[in-house]
Design a protein around this ligand. Structure first.
Ligand SMILES: [Zn+2]
Length: 493
């Protein structure tokens, strides 16, 4: 059986997840479910990034120890992903013993290969970013994102010999050995590589809340592994690197889904670290765009942060998944029109997909007791449109374009709606002549075929609702639908 290893970013456990985080998870979940449907052996990971100065600071402010602080947040993350129907295989926490082990092992390997050297770092550090910032990028002496004064840091660090590996990373990207999609992001990566980027420091002397960096000439805890570098190793931890059975089966990742803000770490640093550790590189990294909400950047100050759990409570898990994925093609940045969610829910789900399934099942049950003979031919025109839409769906998912894939399914839904309204099966049902009845048979067979295909295509996107629909269609075909039964997938709001 072909394997498919798909990963999502592990989020920094300094605050609750918002819909920007949920987006990556939903995106990957759809692709993972689609691969499973195709018969692949899928391994799908999520997690939380739990070390670093920012978390230590937040825990101190809350007067609890950092472990308690991240325990609470990790629970909120897993609860949120469960509520959204995210079916990951494993959830990696970077404060777990197994992650500590694999992170130490990974950096030891790179160190032993001679690619880590001691140096001194002197510069400005923003705790909010958990990253060094350059003087020229500050605004009035403040980090532009966090509006705080960065700390002046002068400390002993260990650096990774990034420069040595950049030509090979570049070559592999150009040859497509690592596919970076979309093309615009690939160009961004190549320009980062060409920008004379320096080696990067992989340890911290001043940060105690982290995984000790092991080296014979260091005392325990003298240096911790830099949180960003350590977090990347989670994709290995998930497979019990270095000796796990899963590691043998699933490495390397077939697809890593990330957001545009972490592009540099994943498409430049990560492949270079893997080359140094002599590991095969990910086959594909898909970078989705970031979004604004109703035209504004997601921000606590603006007050437009949306908790995914609030959406789930209002619309249900599957509709929330749909509402987020159907906003814009994720290859680019886009806007989420949260103000229009109710209208979109009603038009696409209640009156669209939900209503089509409902009324098709009802007519098939009322006019034929659910029994449609398999030898009845379906409408050729509709069949052709469905086949074309299925091809577009497949192509779109291969290109990681979930927006277009949904568009293809909704084209089938609209086609079937128009078909019903034109053919008026309720009028044919009143006529008893053979021609009318044969005609009705063809219409009902076409609808049954159509709603089964729509269900199949929507399944990765809306798994719980589609399970409900498939169970109902099975009941229908067994002649078990009774007067007054309803599928009731998406009640109008
Ligand atoms: Zn900052």
């Amino acid at each position: 059986m072909d394997k498919f290893y798909i990963t999502t970013p592990i989020y920094y456990a300094s605050g609750k997840p918002h819909i920007g985080h949920a987006f990556s998870l939903i995106y990957a979940d759809v692709l993972a479910r689609w691969q499973k449907k195709k018969g692949k052996n899928v391994f799908f990971t999520a997690g939380t990034d739990e070390h670093g100065a920012k978390i230590a600071q937040k825990a101190e402010d809350a007067k609890i120890n950092p472990q308690e602080f991240v325990d609470e947040l990790a629970d909120i993350y897993t609860d949120t992903w469960h509520a959204l129907g995210i079916e990951y295989s494993d959830f990696i926490r970077t404060t777990s013993a197994r992650h500590k082990k694999s992170a130490q092992e990974f950096f030891k390997k790179i160190d032993e290969a001679g690619d880590i050297y001691e140096g001194e770092y002197e510069g400005l550090y923003c705790v909010g970013c958990e990253n060094f910032v350059l003087e020229r990028n500050l605004k009035d002496g403040l980090c532009p994102d966090h509006k705080t004064v960065p700390q002046k840091i002068k400390e002993k660090n260990f650096f990774f010999n990034l420069k040595k590996y950049l030509p090979e990373v570049k070559e592999k990207i150009i040859k497509g050995e690592i596919k970076i999609s979309p093309e615009s992001r690939k160009n961004e990566t190549l320009s980062i590589i060409e920008s004379n980027i320096g080696d990067f420091s992989v340890t911290r002397e001043s940060v105690k809340w982290g995984i000790p960096f092991l080296r014979s000439d260091l005392s325990a805890g003298e240096q911790t592994i830099y949180v960003w570098a350590e977090a990347l190793v989670n994709y290995l931890t998930a497979l019990d690197y270095p000796n796990g059975e899963k590691f043998k089966i699933f490495w390397p990742p077939d697809l890593q889904v990330i957001g545009a803000e972490i592009n540099k770490f994943h498409t430049v640093f990560w492949p270079a670290l893997l080359l140094a550790a002599k590991l095969p590189l990910p086959r594909e990294i898909f970078i989705h765009g970031l979004f604004t909400i109703d035209g504004q950047k997601i921000s606590k100050t603006i007050g437009n942060v949306i908790d995914p759990l609030d959406l789930v409570e209002k619309f249900g898990a599957d509709a929330t998944r749909y509402l987020l994925l159907s906003q814009f093609p994720a290859a680019e940045h886009g806007d989420v029109k949260a103000e229009e969610f109710v209208a979109k829910y009603n038009s696409d789900l209640a009156n669209g997909a939900g209503n089509l399934l409902e009324r098709s099942c009802k007519m098939i049950s009322d006019y034929r007791g659910g029994k449609i003979k398999s030898e009845i031919k379906i409408d050729g025109g509709v069949e052709k449109i469905i086949t074309e839409a299925e091809e577009k769906y497949e192509k779109s998912l291969n290109e990681r374009n979930l927006f277009e894939a949904l568009d293809a399914v909704f084209h089938i839904i609209k086609t079937l709606d128009v078909y019903i309204n034109e053919k008026k099966p309720w009028e044919l049902n009143k006529k008893e002549d053979k021609k009318s009845q044969d005609n009705l048979d063809e219409i009902l067979a076409t609808l049954l075929d159509g709603i089964k295909k729509v269900s199949d295509l929507l399944e990765p996107f809306m798994p719980a609702k589609i399970k409900q629909a498939k169970d109902y269609i099975a009941k229908l075909e067994n002649g078990e639908i009774k007067e007054g039964d309803r599928l009731g997938l998406f009640p109008r709001m």
